[in-house]
Design a protein around this ligand. Sequence first.
Ligand code: T5A
Length: 211
Amino acid sequence: MSTGRFITLEGGEGAGKSTQARLLARHLADLGLPVLVTREPGGSPGAEAIRRVLLEGQGLDPVAEALLMFAARRDHLAATIRPALAAGIWVICDRFADSTRAYQCFGQGVPGEVFGRLSDIALEGLAPDLTLVLDIAPDAGMARAKARGVAADRYERLDAAFHARVRAGFLAIAAAEPARCAVLDGAAPPEAVFASLRAALAQRLGLPDAA
Ligand code: T5A
């Protein structure tokens, strides 16, 4: 049995990652592929417990926050992602390590060297086969997130300059790793975003554009 492929969705608040993760899961299932959709921080019982500390708690020292993100990620990999990939399942993950780089490093000033060391420990070389970065102006993404009527989490309450740094961070990551990352226009209607996502999938992973 071949191992599954690992696809991550990244972007700022309200960029449409969860919406596209659902559409992508259906598309892969229509192609006859086994699929698992998961998310970060979270995706395993231990990581979901850490998520509550991160999203509901008080602000933390930024490096402490990065450590917790990677602690959650390590557990998520061990309990959920690696077993699924080994079983030949395609894993779609709503946020992964690029979010730590964008939010904690670009957004909150954690040094890239710290990120590198934590990545080495937690990921042991595992990287997504494809990362889809949904790019949208932070105010447009925030407006979408607010329109859902759910109370804002700790990150959504941070100021516009923080969210601008996060957006620039995702674009810088994608520019530095063009073979892994595709940037999609997240401001387009959902069907148009999904068409560009399918095109990236076809181009990068050789999947048919339609089932
Ligand atoms: N974080 C996370 C870090 O700081 N470091 C890390 O390492 C990690 C992993 C997670 C928070 O943690 C931070 C980042 C985050 O702040 P979360 O609750 O998981 O928080 O929230 P998000 O991942 O930000 O998810 P959101 O639900 O806010 O945004 P999505 O998933 O990008 O957007 P989605 O699909 O839920 O859509 C939002 C709304 O917009 C509509 C949807 O219907 C929905 O109502 N929509 C569109 N409307 C118009 N056009 C489109 N193309 C649309 N797509 C979706």
